[in-house]
Design a protein around this ligand. Structure first.
Ligand SMILES: [Zn+2]
Length: 393
């Protein structure tokens, strides 16, 4: 339940009611497609004539199309409605070493994907990104483009939209939104990668209808968390909520890229596991990739196995804090480390059980690599603007 904000409210008008009904119909089509107007009227409780009016408007706006004709035993054949497969979204997942781009429809089905190295400087990166984006947009001449979603290994300020905190990228105060919007003519939505993963699960996950509270922990070069509580993403002041990766677990610990010492991520990220393996000093460029470490452990390399186990203990310690403080019913762990879940999962669970005893332990779920939650979340970022409950302000 949310209080009515008396300093910032808008009275309900017939327009507000129409917009809510329109979104309900659009969501019913999304959930039940292909669906007839009669079924939409039955499921929504709206008059058949109202449903027809809304459907005509959604067709005119290119959100939906009339699909195959249904077959009834006798009588009139209804024309089915479904989401417009030619309405497309460009999703971009920026990671410190590589950036993945994909074109998807409103159902988050990817038509194409490609990867490029993430350049060291923002200027070079933006040059390459805008060029590729324009080429991808141009390769679908019949599409109706809805927008661009970008997931970030850091935080963009809610108001300025500038990337202001990205310690693993080492870029400071960068505007990605304006150059991308100017280059493509499309609106751009930015979100932290862990939050994007939450949205992926909320909009496209197998249990998307029932998600009420969920914490996503993304484990990569650093650690990100996205917190979904009471049915919404927790944003905090300026949109910075969820930086549990930079909570200090040991003030005497190794230096973190954020400038602090002993943050959770210097103990439990992929970079930490590589450091346990090589014995390198924190912050030094890794001599091998995390995937190599996983392969070595799989092949029976004892030192590689121990490095993963050390990482798992620290993952469990941090997750115990999240569980005790937030009491989520589910925690999703996302990242390459889930490939070694048989080794990592039991250690993590053991540490969690030792350290968090206040309530029923949550379900800890390693996300499937194939689901590509970071990239799929960028699609959710764009569609939620039109499918979520209309904003109050
Ligand atoms: Zn830190």
């Amino acid at each position: 339940m949310q209080k009515i904000d008396l300093s910032n409210f808008r009275l309900a008008t017939s327009g507000t009611a129409r917009e809510i009904n329109r979104r309900i119909v659009l969501n019913l089509i999304r959930a039940r497609q292909p669906i007839s107007r009669a079924d939409l009227a039955r499921l929504s409780g709206l008059q058949r004539s109202t449903v027809s009016l809304i459907a005509e408007q959604l067709i005119a706006d290119r959100w939906i199309v009339e699909g195959a004709t249904g077959r009834l035993p006798r009588g009139r054949r209804p024309t089915y409605l479904r989401l417009n497969g030619d309405r497309l979204i460009l999703g971009i997942d920026i990671r410190p070493t590589a950036t993945r781009m994909g074109v998807a429809d409103l159902n988050a089905r990817f038509l194409t994907q490609e990867t490029m190295p993430t350049a060291d400087t923002p200027d070079t990166f933006l040059d390459q990104l805008t060029q590729r984006a324009r080429r991808l947009l141009g390769s679908y001449p019949n599409a109706s483009w809805e927008g661009i979603g970008i997931s970030l290994p850091g935080r963009a300020d809610r108001h300025s939209h500038r990337l202001v905190f990205a310690p693993n990228l080492a870029w400071k105060d960068v505007d990605l939104k304006t150059p991308m919007e100017q280059a493509t003519g499309l609106s751009v939505e930015l979100e932290n990668a862990a939050n994007a993963c939450v949205l992926s699960e909320v909009w496209f996950g197998p249990r998307s209808d029932t998600v009420q509270d969920l914490v996503v922990v993304t484990v990569s070069e650093g650690i990100g968390t996205g917190v979904f509580a009471n049915g919404q993403l927790v944003m905090g002041n300026g949109g910075f909520a969820g930086e549990f990766g930079h909570t200090v677990l040991d003030p005497a610990g190794p230096v973190c890229r954020c400038g602090n010492r002993g943050c959770w991520e210097v103990f439990a990220s992929n970079s930490a596991a590589l450091r346990y393996y090589t014995g390198a000093t924190p912050g030094a460029a890794p001599q091998l990739a995390f995937e190599d470490l996983l392969a070595l452990a799989e092949q029976g390399d004892v030192r590689a196995g121990r490095a993963l186990e050390e990482m798992a203990r620290h993952l469990g310690a941090g997750i115990a804090l999240l569980v005790t403080g937030l009491a989520p019913s589910r925690i999703m762990v996302i990242g390459e480390v889930t490939r070694a879940w048989r080794r990592v999962g039991p250690i993590l669970q053991r540490v969690l059980a030792e350290r968090s005893r206040t309530h029923t332990p949550p379900e800890i779920e390693p996300a499937e690599d194939t689901a590509q939650p970071r990239l799929r979340g960028t699609i959710a970022l764009v569609i939620q603007k039109h499918f979520a409950a209309p904003p109050i302000t």
